[in-house]
Design a protein around this ligand. Structure first.
Ligand code: FES
Length: 162
């Protein structure tokens, strides 16, 4: 596994923080996916061995939680918060609009490889729900109309860069 030194450092901190090693599995999955973009078998096995767990227990988490990806993602990442405030404010409709705009399903990548669309948990901006991150950029109050505008901008950028 080729992880960045800062990821390895954060993993050490996370492991030290959880006396029950199994509890560190979720944070480690997040850290590894953040670093390499997805969670191939090699990553799952690495995490299992780092925590002294059976790989099957880590695989179960990867397949249970929709925010984890086993396949490489698209060039851009659209993350839609689905935690309570955002869900109540229409996050599911927002995500459906992105799915329509990019012809991709939640957790999947558009056919042109441009974007991966996924649900994530609270992005700590609950007062401006529904909230969406496009790569590292936060977008607030993203209703379907705003989702269409964001999608149009992403498509225009992709055209300029191709
Ligand atoms: S619930 Fe969506 S940002 Fe907190």
């Amino acid at each position: 596994m080729n992880l960045k030194p800062e990821t390895l450092q954060r993993i050490d901190v996370a492991v030290a923080h959880y006396p029950v090693k199994r509890s560190a599995a979720l944070p480690l999955l997040h850290l590894v996916q953040e670093d390499i973009g997805h969670l191939p078998g090699e990553a799952v096995e690495w995490i299992a061995s780092r925590l002294g767990l059976e790989p099957i227990h880590v695989y179960e988490l990867v397949t249970f939680y929709p925010m984890f990806r086993q396949e490489p993602g698209g060039r851009r990442r659209i993350k839609v918060c689905r935690t309570l405030s955002c869900a109540l404010a229409g996050a599911y409709q927002t995500l459906a609009e992105f799915e329509k705009q990019f012809n991709a399903r939640q957790g999947g990548t558009s056919p042109d490889g441009e974007v991966t669309i996924e649900f994530v948990e609270c992005l700590a901006s609950c007062g401006t729900a529904p909230v969406v991150m496009v790569d590292d950029e936060l977008h607030e109050k993203v209703d379907c109309e705003k989702a269409r505008q964001i999608a149009a901008k992403i498509k225009a950028q992709a055209r300029r860069e191709s």
